[in-house]
Design a protein around this ligand. Structure first.
Ligand code: PLP
Length: 377
């Protein structure tokens, strides 16, 4: 393989949230969603060159940046986006909070998937908006939306639906039919949609692909703000740049509202990293996916062979959502932590009997994690 994902990287004492929050002598930390791999060489080289210039003044979005994003989205997803629909943000999370605040008011309600990345829920509570949870169901080994339940979850106050594709946690890469059904439901009920697609670049199987929800139809596109970023795929979330896509000018205006005021623009290094990844990152991304797929396969085999545990075959990203409901233990997170493995506790997603394991790491660390899990169950 042209790129090296196997050599153990040492992230101790780098102020890494994941690595510097536990005693590394005792605990293997596979929790927060960043990877233990260096970013692609093209990103490292571009950043080094920029740093060497030595002047880091106020920076505007580089010429043709929105065009590059639009072209990238067409190449990756066959999604035709007008560069004018693109709004640059420092992070996806800032976009989520702005969307909820701007697209709902008073006691208007929001629909969110559950379990889901905790900031979707927090964006609602921080804006004081009531939310209803679409509880994902396990069907044919995949976590999917409870389509039959959706009509019961909305009221005449429901104004916005948040969505996450690929889903975190659960790893579902939603199919065209599933997206069409959900998008049509939202359009029929006049719900704005905010689709968090940050994990889009990490679809693990060759026969599956990421389909942006807004690309399904003109009607869905008119109702949707899509949030994306290359932070996850190319592993530079500590630098941070994201974008929103909104065909509808009302939605575009809503997402722009706090920019350059309470929401700072991305740093100049974030532009540099993103451009390098767009232009030259594809071979690395392909190699990464193969590596992650092998990690996914070992986890799938091993976990499902352990009595009391199960996991579905992760379709996207590098987060295994492990079901411990049949394990005779009150607190699986603590059980594994005491044995030397830090995962994300299911309680972070309101599901205490699950854990989320980050497998964006070297194979030997995945093996070590599986060994720890096996030895204490
Ligand atoms: C679904 C989802 N959205 C957003 C984020 C964070 O995005 P950002 O770092 O751009 O704010 C994460 C990080 O784990 C995530 O999983």
């Amino acid at each position: 393989m042209e790129f090296d994902f196997d050599t153990l990287t040492n992230r101790l004492n780098t102020d890494s949230i994941r690595w510097d929050s536990f005693d590394s002598e005792k605990v293997l930390p596979l929790w927060v969603a960043d990877m233990d791999f260096q970013s692609p060489p093209c990103v490292i080289n571009a950043l080094s060159k920029r740093v060497q210039e030595g002047i880091y003044g106020y920076t505007h979005s580089p010429n043709h940046f929105n065009q590059s994003i639009a072209q990238y989205l067409f190449e990756q997803y066959h999604w035709k986006v007008d560069p004018d629909w693109v709004v640059i943000l420092p992070s996806v999370v800032s976009g989520l909070y702005t969307v909820v605040k701007q697209l709902t008011s008073g006691d208007e309600e929001v629909l969110i998937p559950s379990p889901v990345y905790h900031h979707l829920r927090l964006a609602c509570s921080s804006a004081n908006r009531p939310f209803q949870e679409m509880r994902l169901e396990l069907k044919n080994g995949r976590w999917v939306l409870p389509s039959n339940e959706l009509p019961n979850l909305i009221t005449n106050k429901t104004k916005l639906a948040l969505f996450c594709n690929p889903q975190n946690p659960g790893s579902t890469v939603f199919t065209r039919d599933e997206l069409q059904e959900f998008g049509d439901f939202c359009v029929q009920h006049n719900l704005w949609i905010c689709s968090d697609e940050i994990h889009a670049g990490l679809v693990l199987d060759e026969n599956k692909k990421h389909i942006p929800l807004a690309s399904i139809s003109k009607e869905i596109s008119e109702n949707t703000i899509t949030l994306m970023s290359l932070n996850k795929t190319f592993n530079f979330p500590g630098i941070g740049l994201a974008w929103a896509i909104a065909e509808n000018p009302t939605l575009r205006k809503a997402i722009q509202i706090d920019l350059h005021q309470t929401i700072a623009p991305p740093s100049l290094l974030a532009y540099t990293a993103t451009i390098a990844a767009i232009k030259e990152g594809e071979p690395w991304r392909q190699a990464l996916i193969q590596y992650l797929r092998a990690n996914r396969d070992s986890i799938y085999e091993k976990i499902n062979s352990i009595s009391g545990l199960s996991v579905c075959k992760m379709e996207g990203s590098y987060l295994a959502w492990i079901d411990c409901r049949n394990l005779q233990h009150q607190n699986p997170y603590q059980l594994f932590l005491d044995a030397g493995l830090a995962t994300s506790p299911g309680s972070q997603f309101n599901q205490e009997k699950f854990i989320r394991l980050n497998f964006g790491t070297q194979k030997s660390r995945v093996d070590q994690a599986l060994h720890i899990i096996e030895s204490c169950t």
